[in-house]
Design a protein around this ligand. Structure first.
Ligand SMILES: Cc1ncc(COP(=O)(O)O)c(C=O)c1O
Length: 395
């Protein structure tokens, strides 16, 4: 699909992508500084700057940059001590990386259903899935809207379970004032190009569990004590633990630092568009034609995704096609992980079934949303959507 930046006069010429990255602030300066310094390997000055900014924003006691959100989840699984046969309860409505991180340790993802209003994991379903092998819970904060962390933390306390938050969507979003990813024992953030804060590919692990404060830098650096060596604490570095290469390079970190410096503006611009959609689509919800996102009390979201849920899969496809004919790229989202061909081999599914997940996967549609989206572009999407939903409903 061709991507044009501005609206041209006839509607048919307009192309509005689902997401579009634009560098902000010091991006070009920082990236060229990193290049010119001749030091582009990881853990340099821009990595340090990004980690400091992340610490300031998230208030997490320990932040380490990673090459992706996937890496951060894989590190969390190692640090949480997930071992063969350990079960980790998570939604099926999530990205493959949530499950893979557990499977790579020999653990077993146990898929449970989501809450129909927030599309976040349902605490009652978590409770029902607990077994003697359960080791951890992985809440996924879908669309940057916090899961019901009060209920989830209570379950974790009662059953002595670890919490690994998948906060890939959550940069800048909070639950009761706490940054997503910094609430449980471990949290993973993503800075992939489609996220609010972008490093190209990138992520960060937030560590709350004090026992892992030192170990996280070893696991991130191939299981070596290289950091201790660099600090002059040992005279050579060696293999001291399991680990892998989870460290991002300085070019990624330079871009990330420029984005983090502008997080408030970046997220605020997205929230403006999110709010426009939300207000304009209220009548469609009132008529029972769509469902809009629900933001629980105490939750501050970051405008990461504006989703709607249509009546069924056919209506979703009809609406998606109608928007596409107008040059608007609206997209579905995750497939059911519990129905993936590999799931039978590596995962378990809650005995309660996952009816909400199965319905939502077929009928969800995500609308274009990016910081530079103009009011005209947003209005154009809204008009097109109103028309398409009306036709899909036979109205
Ligand atoms: C819920 C969730 N977790 C993890 C990831 C993986 O993040 P990354 O692409 O940075 O590896 C994604 C990516 O979109 C995601 O949606």
């Amino acid at each position: 699909m061709t991507v044009s930046q501005t609206i041209k006069t006839p509607a048919s010429a307009i192309t509005i992508p689902y997401s579009r990255f634009r560098p902000t602030g010091n991006a070009a300066t920082y990236v060229s500084q990193a290049l010119e310094s001749g030091r582009v390997q990881g853990d340099g000055p821009f990595s340090k700057k990004s980690e400091e900014l992340l610490t300031e924003i998230t208030k997490s006691p320990r932040v380490v940059l990673t090459s992706s959100g996937t890496d951060a989840l894989e590190m969390a699984a190692i640090l949480a001590g997930i071992s063969p046969g350990d079960e980790v309860i998570m939604p099926s409505f999530t990205f493959v990386s949530s499950a893979n991180a557990i499977v790579l340790r020999g653990g077993v993802p146990v898929f449970v259903d989501i809450d129909p209003r927030t599309l976040n994991v349902n605490p009652k379903a978590i409770k029902a899935a607990i077994s003697s092998r359960t080791k951890a819970i992985m809440p996924v904060h879908y669309a940057g809207v916090a899961c019901d962390m009060g209920a989830i933390m209570e379950i974790a306390r009662e059953h002595q379970l670890k919490i690994i938050e998948d906060a890939a969507h959550g940069m800048g979003a909070t639950w009761n004032g706490q940054h997503l990813g910094a609430i449980g024992d471990f949290g993973a953030l993503s800075f992939h190009e489609t996220k609010n804060i972008v490093a190209g590919e990138g992520g960060a692990l937030l560590v709350n569990d004090a026992r892992a404060f030192e170990r996280c830098e070893v696991v991130r650096d191939k299981g070596t004590n290289r950091k201790q060596f660099l600090r002059g604490e040992v005279d050579r570095y060696t293999w001291v633990d399991i680990g892998s290469s989870f460290l991002p390079g300085e070019l990624q970190a330079a871009l990330l630092a420029s984005q983090l410096e502008n997080i408030e503006e970046i997220n605020a611009a997205r929230v403006v568009i999110w709010n426009r959609y939300h207000a304009a689509l209220a009548p469609l919800e009132a008529r029972g034609q769509i469902q809009r996102p629900f933001i629980p009390e105490g939750v501050v979201h970051n405008g990461h995704i504006y989703w709607i849920v249509l009546k069924d899969g056919e209506s979703r496809e009809a609406v998606r096609r109608a928007l596409s004919q107008k040059g608007i790229q609206a997209t579905s989202h995750y497939e059911c992980l519990h129905k993936a061909p590999i799931a039978a081999r590596f995962a378990r599914v809650s005995h309660q079934g996952l009816p909400v997940t199965e319905r939502v996967v077929k009928s969800i549609l995500r609308l274009p949303l990016f910081g530079q989206m103009t009011e005209r572009e947003t209005e154009f999407v809204i008009d097109a959507l109103q028309g398409a939903v009306g036709s899909a409903a036979g109205g």
